[in-house]
Design a binder for this molecule. Structure first.
Ligand SMILES: [Zn+2]
Ligand SMILES: [Zn+2]
Length: 418
């Protein structure tokens, strides 16, 4: 208790000393929404938590200041006062016995992440299970990089009762079990012979505590299910299936420190989109590691005679030009490797994918022969073929030494040595 009090006094003193703007502290604009304020608190309180920065006084001070800023801005009334009168206004409001008390910064932390306000490094605090989700984004996002958001539903500590489960904040120790959650009963087995049996306390359902007026929001369960939105930063060239961790963002409970939320980034199936940039050839590239694969269709004339150009639009809209001069033949199913037109190579620890290296684009040529022709055209082609067929007659059968008729297999006329 004394420690709490000291902390609290220190906290107030600090509030007076460091009058850094609440909005600035949380990295927010003046018109920030409640959601943004919460989000900023979640991020910064984890960053500056003393457990994470042992022995670092300035982190500790920041942690306290962030809690103070959150306290000031999360309440509609105090936020109004702060916006009008600043820190001085808040101070006077508190001294005047405002209805809302400031939180101890560690208490506040535990109301967001469960447990007792610590990460539990060495403190023996229980950490809840991790939560794994899949998020699928188009290949385009893996190529260009993108900042987006995703929403998951999770168990959150009820903010109406701040995780107490009680409407008025009163939680009483169960008078049946004395807070232990279990009862010892003596059963008589035979005259003079007793057995002690430990049973679950049915008044408090083993919790050891009872609540007279359960919180109307969570029904006394202390937690609710709610959607939470997270920012998702897809870096250029991230591999398919990469795991992105969000520390302490899994299911919350007052009984343990929230585990981590782990996102598996997947590639979604390619789709013809509505907007121009969703309809590029690149949308249908297939990816393997740092390389991309594409099939380009050529007509017989193009494959054989050359003199053609193809503009392939890549995932960021730039054009990869393929072409052949007259007389350059492309064989069916041959593969052209275009260097540096594959995926960006992901450097996990480099900012902005410094150095930008790329894999290759593999273009496989598919040749389509016409199955219909104008009569006159067919006649022309036939004529040309006949002319040259007669000039240089080549029989592949003869060259390969193939027989003109079927070969008769020998009948069983002897005894093979076994
Ligand atoms: Zn009980
Ligand atoms: Zn509640």
């Amino acid at each position: 208790m004394l420690l709490r009090l000291l902390l609290f006094v220190g906290f107030l003193a600090l509030g007076v000393l460091s009058a850094e703007d609440f909005y600035k502290l949380l990295g927010l604009k003046k018109d920030a929404s409640d959601r943004e304020i919460k989000k900023a608190y979640r991020t910064l309180s984890k960053k500056f938590h003393p457990d994470k920065n042992p022995g670092d006084q300035s982190s500790h001070d920041k942690f306290v200041a962030v809690a103070e800023a959150y306290d000031g801005l999360s309440d509609e009334e105090t936020r109004k006062i702060y916006d009008q009168y600043g820190h001085e206004g808040i101070k006077q409001h508190q001294q005047g016995g405002g209805p809302r008390q400031q939180h101890d910064p560690f208490d506040l932390f535990s109301r967001f992440f469960g447990g007792s306000g610590h990460f539990g490094h060495g403190g023996g605090e229980r950490k809840g299970p991790n939560m794994e989700v899949r998020v699928a984004v188009p290949l385009r996002d893996f190529y260009n990089g993108r900042k987006t958001e995703f929403t998951v539903e999770k168990q959150a500590i009820c903010s109406a009762c701040e995780g107490s489960g009680s409407e008025d904040g009163h939680v009483e120790t169960c008078d049946v079990c004395g807070g232990r959650g279990v009862r010892i009963q003596r059963q008589q087995l035979a005259p003079g012979l007793f057995q002690q049996v430990q049973t679950h306390c049915d008044k408090c359902h083993g919790k050891g505590k009872t609540i007279k007026h359960p919180c109307p929001v969570c029904g006394g369960s202390r937690v609710i299910r709610e959607p939470e939105t997270h920012e998702l930063v897809i870096e250029k060239g991230m591999p398919q299936g990469v795991r992105i961790s969000y520390e302490n963002e899994a299911d919350e409970s007052p009984d343990f420190v929230a585990g981590d939320l782990i996102v598996h980034l997947q590639e979604s199936d390619p789709q013809y989109g509505q907007r121009d940039h969703e309809r590029t050839d690149g949308t249908f590239f297939r990816r393997r590691g740092k390389d991309l694969f594409w099939r380009e269709v050529l007509s017989l004339r193009e494959a054989w005679m050359g003199d053609w150009t193809r503009n392939i639009t890549h995932l960021d809209g730039h054009i990869v030009q393929l072409h052949r001069k007259r007389g350059e033949v492309v064989q069916p199913n041959s593969v052209e490797i275009v260097a540096d037109e594959g995926m960006p190579v992901w450097h996990e620890h480099l900012e902005n994918n410094a150095g930008e290296q790329f894999g290759a684009l593999h273009v496989e040529y598919v040749i389509v022969l016409p199955d219909q022709m104008e009569k006159a055209m067919e006649k022309d082609f036939w004529g040309v073929w006949e002319k040259y067929r007669k000039k240089h007659t080549v029989s592949l059968d003869k060259e390969n030494g193939r027989p003109e008729g079927p070969i008769v297999m020998p009948t069983d006329d002897g005894h093979d040595e076994l």
